[in-house]
Design a protein around this ligand. Structure first.
Ligand SMILES: Cc1cc2nc3c(=O)[nH]c(=O)nc-3n(C[C@H](O)[C@H](O)[C@H](O)COP(=O)(O)OP(=O)(O)OC[C@H]3O[C@@H](n4cnc5c(N)ncnc54)[C@H](O)[C@@H]3O)c2cc1C
Length: 485
């Protein structure tokens, strides 16, 4: 009997657990360690955060599903990996701290034969003083509870506008190294939509504050694609959307401090500014889960296993150096740890070799560059690919590891720009590959045939359909595996 242990049950962890359970015989164990009782369809947190969707529609409890499927569920936070065993264990093991009500804080140790780290991002609000809903003054939609609280604050702000006040709403990134600009973009235009719907748009100034150097960068260096026979860019396309909706954009910005009602930020030219605000939803930068790694002797080997931000090092080239040296081949293919061949990472938990967007630093030395996004589709595809490799190893097929490099993989992204069945809209983008490959596609970095952009009502219907389909898939309903990642 082999044990596959999966840390995290978000997009990549849950995908991995469900596919592993389907592909592996019942004689093998699939165990999940994750701190939350519920699964969250994160993309729809945007709609929760503007009060357009009740929070219960984006959550469902994992334990009953896992019980039905034969997946062992541990509600706990993984804190350490011992890949060589030790401390009385002959097999590798993970130490976790229980987060289950009634046994919080209890330590558990779980042995494994294969491990997939799918712990996603740790929301690093602490990187900017005053950022975030818990110890700061800004709102967030990164978790379902954050989004629900943000919706309440927004309701109160709209009531103030209705009472005659003029307010400033700021949406964007709360640090120079944030990622997930697509989510900030979506929240901006959903907010703008609900302000119009509430009849208070004339009393609301909406500002998009971002670390992107140009609009439409989205942390992937922007897109070039063909529309009606002409080449255009995501920059041109998004700029016209901002103009059309009356949203002002502040670009290349690093938030250095947030005070009640004031955002302090620096821009790429080195200038520093203060901006007053009445309502702010600013994303945090991400770091890896705060896990440690120890060898058989108990020596701390975290620096070898993880990168400085806490993401698990895999088969990437981490020595590429300057932007000019970056190559498609820097990106990982198998997501296997170079130190331990039974450890893998999927989704945001793997350490990328470098950014995707061109790196930029202000004259003061402040890094103001989007970190590389690893969105839902690549996260799910990578998770399934890693599971296929592990299943082969468990079955002893002798086949080489499966590969899913982000430089060879396409992705589709539908960014909501207003939630209404008849008047809503969304920006639908496809890109192939996700990470530009300038050696294969020297002109635009991507295949023009697989890269596209379109905004309109059909995109909103598509976004709704994705909500329904992915919850269907995540809940393991009949033939769930037919729905692509
Ligand atoms: C507001 C918002 C909107 C988004 N919209 C889109 C979209 O429209 N389309 C898209 O493709 N992507 C979108 N994304 C990005 C998408 O959510 C991520 O790409 C995806 O969730 C990454 O998957 P993951 O498995 O790496 O991380 P997650 O899905 O975040 O999962 C991480 C899991 O690990 C668990 N965990 C954390 N620490 C530990 C630990 N120490 N031990 C055990 N478990 C741990 C967490 O509880 C969680 O279950 C959005 C993101 C945000 C924040």
């Amino acid at each position: 009997m082999a044990t596959l242990l999966i840390l995290g049950a978000g997009v990549s962890g849950h995908t991995a657990a469900m596919h592993a359970r389907r592909m592996l015989g019942k004689e093998h164990e699939v165990i999940v360690v994750t701190p939350n009782a519920n699964w969250n369809w994160i993309p729809s947190n945007i709609w929760v955060g503007v009060g357009k969707m009740p929070v219960k529609k984006v959550l469902f409890p994992l334990e009953p599903l896992y019980k039905r499927k034969g997946i062992k569920f541990n509600q706990a936070l993984a804190v350490a990996i011992n890949p060589e065993g030790g401390d009385g264990h002959t097999r590798p093991f993970v130490t976790a701290t229980s987060t289950r009500p009634g046994s919080e804080g209890e330590e558990i140790q779980i042995e494994y034969d294969f491990l997939i780290n799918c712990t996603g991002p740790k929301l690093n609000f602490g990187a900017t003083p005053g950022l975030g809903p818990d110890n700061g003054y800004t709102h967030s939609v990164c978790t379902a509870p954050h989004a629900a609280a943000t919706a309440e604050e927004l309701k109160a702000a709209i009531a103030r506008c209705k009472a005659g006040e003029s307010l400033r709403f700021v949406v964007g990134t709360g640090h120079g190294t944030c990622t997930c600009e697509g989510a900030a973009f979506e929240y901006t235009f959903n907010l703008e939509y609900v302000l119009r719907e509430a009849g208070v748009r004339d009393r609301a100034e909406v500002i998009y504050l971002t670390n992107e150097a140009t609009l439409g960068d989205f942390g992937v260096g922007g897109l070039t694609f063909t529309q009606q026979g002409f080449q255009t860019t995501s920059k041109l396309w998004t700029e016209s959307l901002y103009r059309e909706r009356g949203v002002e954009a502040v670009l290349g910005a690093h938030c250095s401090k947030i005070e009640p009602g004031v955002i302090h930020y620096e821009q790429l030219d080195g200038s520093t500014h203060e901006m007053s605000y009445d309502f702010a939803m600013l994303l945090p930068p991400f770091k890896g889960a705060d896990m440690k790694a120890y060898d058989a002797a108990g020596e701390d080997i975290s620096a070898q296993v993880f990168n400085p931000a806490g993401f698990l090092k895999v088969d990437a080239n981490y020595a590429a150096g300057a932007y000019e040296n970056w190559r498609a081949t820097d990106w990982p293919k198998t997501y296997q740890s170079p130190l331990y061949d039974n450890i893998f990472a999927a989704g945001i938990a793997f350490a990328p070799p470098h950014q995707i967007s061109q790196p930029r630093t202000s004259p003061n030395g402040t890094v103001i560059t989007p970190s590389p996004p690893r969105t839902g589709m690549p996260s799910g595809i990578i998770a399934k690919t890693v599971v296929m490799t592990i299943v082969d190893r468990i079955k002893g097929t002798g086949k080489p590891a499966y590969e899913a490099p982000m430089t060879g993989m396409g992705a589709a992204c539908v960014a909501s720009a207003g939630m209404s069945f008849w008047n809503g809209s969304a920006a639908s983008m496809t890109m192939h590959p996700v990470v530009p490959d300038w050696q294969t596609y020297p002109k635009t970095g991507r295949d023009l045939k697989g890269t596209s952009g379109e905004i309109g009502l059909a995109g909103h219907w598509m976004k709704n359909l994705l909500h329904v389909l992915f919850l269907y898939k995540a809940k393991g309903r009949p033939f769930w595996w037919i729905v692509p990642e």
